[in-house]
Ligand binder design. Structure first.
Ligand SMILES: NC(=O)c1ccc[n+]([C@@H]2O[C@H](COP(=O)([O-])OP(=O)(O)OC[C@H]3O[C@@H](n4cnc5c(N)ncnc54)[C@H](OP(=O)(O)O)[C@@H]3O)[C@@H](O)[C@H]2O)c1
Length: 302
């Protein structure tokens, strides 16, 4: 039997057969293709900053295992972490092992240190901590020492140690340098913040990504939870219901998904109830240009 990676690799090389098996059987899941390969990914992924920073033997692991179980039950695939997130990689490793390393997992982490050798050691350590022999995606966290790490990531990709490479930020001050990197370097993925309140990425980052064929990962989709304060206690608008949203959470996620240059969103939660809600946006209708404009108007009127 083919492994998950072999299957995805074979599918990506055949333009008429780009959908992996889960996508064929779950047509309602919203997927986006990675421009550099054609591989399809479910649009809702998950982050792990703060939410998974617990000891791998703590009592919280049972709750977090349920969170990740619901993520895969909702047809999620990409899990994003970083050595910057305290014990998150180790907690994820413990959870993933409990769940038997789900086949759908698209494992992403980051290198976040200075120097070539330190970077290699950190990536090897991440692999041990998250119990993932080979990451699907390795990203350079916050552009740190990117000129040194990028050649290592290229070599690792050629050697099959990773499948994709990318770079991340969540800070506006890094945008000019990130734009330059996107314009001049060959990248599979770029990760930055974008949500209905912080729309800066629309101006340059998303258009450059579309133009250069770079997959985008959207972090902070809830502005670290700040969006909820605006809609708390407000009735869900008719348009949200027409789009199949059962909550403001899904309204906020669907608004992001409506941008055609968005590939994956990575909301983070430590609560099963919240994960169930998040995964409700992984299926169904996607708002069009006019509906997104209307959603923005609704948000601005809150
Ligand atoms: N430079 C970088 O590479 C970078 C920077 C920032 C973020 N990231 C990545 O992006 C991920 C997401 O960003 P983020 O964690 O900063 O912010 P976020 O996803 O916008 O917000 C997370 C907050 O939302 C809450 N939440 C999640 N789902 C909810 C729901 N359904 N209902 C109510 N509350 C909900 C969570 O609390 P509960 O636990 O209570 O649900 C958490 O406090 C990170 O975890 C990380 O993986 C990367």
């Amino acid at each position: 039997m083919m492994t998950r990676r072999e299957l995805l690799g074979a599918a990506a090389s055949l333009p008429f057969l780009t959908a992996p098996s889960w996508a064929e059987t779950k047509p309602a899941v919203i997927t986006r293709s990675i421009p550099s390969s054609g591989e399809l990914l479910p649009v809702i992924g998950m982050g792990s900053s703060r939410t998974f920073d617990v000891a791998p033997n703590s009592q919280m692991i049972a709750q977090l295992t349920e969170v990740v179980r619901l993520f895969f039950a909702g047809h999620g695939a990409m899990i994003d972490s970083s050595p910057m997130y305290g014990q998150a990689e180790s907690a994820l490793g413990a959870v993933l092992e409990k769940l038997g390393m789900p086949q759908a997992l698209f494992a992403a982490t980051k290198v976040w240190t200075y120097g070539t050798e330190a970077g290699i050691e950190q990536m090897q350590e991440s692999s041990r901590r998250m119990r993932v022999p080979a990451f699907d995606l390795m990203q350079i966290h916050n552009l740190r020492d990117w000129k040194l790490h990028l050649p290592t990531l290229r070599r690792w990709k050629e050697e099959g140690k990773i499948r994709y490479l990318g770079i991340t930020t969540s800070h506006q001050r890094y945008h000019p340098e990130l734009e330059e990197i996107m314009r001049t370097e060959a990248l599979d993925f770029v990760q930055f913040s974008y949500n209905i309140e912080n729309r800066l990425a629309e101006e340059r980052l998303l258009p450059i990504a579309a133009d250069r064929g770079i997959a985008t990962i959207i972090n902070r989709p809830y502005q670290r939870g700040a969006l909820f304060a605006k809609s708390r206690g407000r009735a869900l608008p008719t348009l949200a219901q027409e789009l199949g949203c059962e909550s403001w959470v899904q309204f906020y996620l669907k608004w992001i998904i409506g941008h055609p240059a968005v590939t994956v969103l990575i909301p983070a939660t430590s609560k099963p109830k919240h994960m169930r809600d998040n995964m409700g946006a992984n299926v169904g209708q996607v708002p069009d240009f006019t509906q997104r404009a209307e959603m923005l108007k609704i948000f601005e009127g809150l």
